[in-house]
Structures are given as C-alpha cells and as structure tokens.
Design a protein around this ligand. Sequence first.
Ligand SMILES: [Mg+2]
Length: 324
Amino acid sequence: MSLPGEFEMIRRCFAPLAGPGSLSLMDDAAILQPRPGWSVVATVDTVISSVHFLPDDPPDLIARKALRVNLSDLAAMGAEPLGYLLVTAFPVDTDEDWVARFARGLAEDQAEFGIGLLGGDTSATPGPLSLTITALGQVENGRALLRSGASPGDRIYVSGTVGDGAFGLKLAKGAGTRLSPEARAFLLDRYRLPQPRLRLGRRLVGVATAALDVSDGLAADLGHICKTSKVGASVEAVRIPLSSAARAMIEAREASREEALTGGDDYELLFTAPAHAEPALAGIAAELDLPLTRLGEIRAEPGLAVIDESGQPLPIGSGGYRHF
Ligand SMILES: [Mg+2]
C-alpha cells in the first residue's frame, strides 16, 4: 500500500461504513449515548495474519470473523451492540481490491447485526496484516451476564453444537477427506464464520446466573466460570451436543469426542441457570429456534468432572486452547 493513495483508498472503502455516533468519521472521536439506565460494555480483540488466519484466506471472511468474535463477547455479557472501532495495519503491498473486499465483508455483517463503524485508525506495515476491533454495546445497569454468578445446584447449558469450530479448523488443515462435501462445507463454515449469539445473550439477562462465549473450548471455558464463581462442575459427556457433520467426523475416526470438548472457536454461549429456569429456557430455545442443551450441574467441590456413559470420569487433560 503506497502513499499518497492510501488515505484516498481508506476514505473510499471505510467512509461508507460509518454508523450513528461516528460523526461520519470526520471528527476526532465518536459520541455514544447509551439508553438511560444502561451501561456501556466494551471488548477488544486483535487478529494477526499467520497467527489467527492464513494470509490467503478471503479478505471478507477475515473481516467478518474478526467482527463476529467481538460481537460474541458482547452476546456473552447479555449486551446489545452499539458499534465498533477498527484499527488496521495493512502490509505495504496490499492492493485496493483486497481492502475493498475486506470492507465489503464488514458492510455485510454491519447490515446483518444492525451496527456501524464508529471510528478507527489505519497504517501501512512492513509486517503481517494485523486487525484490531473494539466492540461497544449496552446492557441494563447491574444486569450484565458475568462469569462469577454460578452457584452449586445451577444447571449448565450450552447453545447450538460443540466442536464444529475445532473440527472445521482440522478440515482447513487437510483432515476430513472421507467426509461428504456437505459435512465439510458445514464444518468449514462454522470455523470461518461463527454466529455471535446476540439474541440469546439478550434473552438470558435475568435468567442465566453466569455466562461466557466458548472460545477456548468447552472444558476450559467451563473452567473459567468455575474459577470465577469459586465452584466446580460435573458434565455428562453423552449430553455434549454434536452436529451431524461433527458426528460423521468422529465416526470416520478423524476426530474424537474429547476434541469436541477441548477444541476452541465455537462461539456458542455456555451458561448456568437455576433449575426453576428450565421452562423459561425451553421457551427461549423455541423462540430463537436454537437448541439449548443441559450438560450437567454446578457443584460446591472445585474441579471439572466429565462423566462417560458408564459414570466413569473421562480424562480431558488440562483442556482447551492456550494462547501462550
Ligand atoms: Mg469471550
């Protein structure tokens, strides 16, 4: 990307993404006005080429996934999105077509999730492409879904299916050649284009006692809830909800049920709720047409126990993706 065309290119590609509060990206900063009685929720994530995605991944998918993982964090807090800030460092040889496709991906998801770009910054870099998105949302004062609210006796639930993201990544790396084209496409899509569960997060406000989005793997993320809530958990492996594509991959012996438990990147919501919330949750699942599966129970004793069909504990190691 060469100066001086850079700023003109940025203007052409990103100015059309400006949302309410952005002052058309023409002022020094954006202005947000949460509803009276609501709090602002903020989250940020960076993705770097060759670390979080491959250099030849489609630019629109890189953009959309980066935005969606941030929206998923808002969903996990029970927040509704207000908008986002975008910081990009494009390699010096990035051409305008690439940036235009990248911006089109953002435009597509802005339309899907009803948000706009609030501001940002861009530069050229001699290093790899790096992309930082800060998402802002709002939630009623004191009602955000925290990780710290789980109590012994609460039930543990997860939305959708688990393991698809991790299995999709395996496919992207060359596994799964015996799967049907449909199963392959499903798993790759789940890996490349996660669904932030924003509507579910909103509906869980006042219902769930603790929540997070599954990004480190179900086992590790349940561990985060337990640690923050100072409780333990027991999960029945047979209850883990698997997609038919994930099941096909396990049957073809190209992946295991344990990998579904410990793989990251599903961006489903994992949450706890008291037993009396069961009918409310059944109503929410029907309303959103999204399965909410009960996995097990929060216990007072610390630690995570995963029990197999015969009641024996499964070894799951330390579980989950480690960032460092
Ligand atoms: Mg999260």
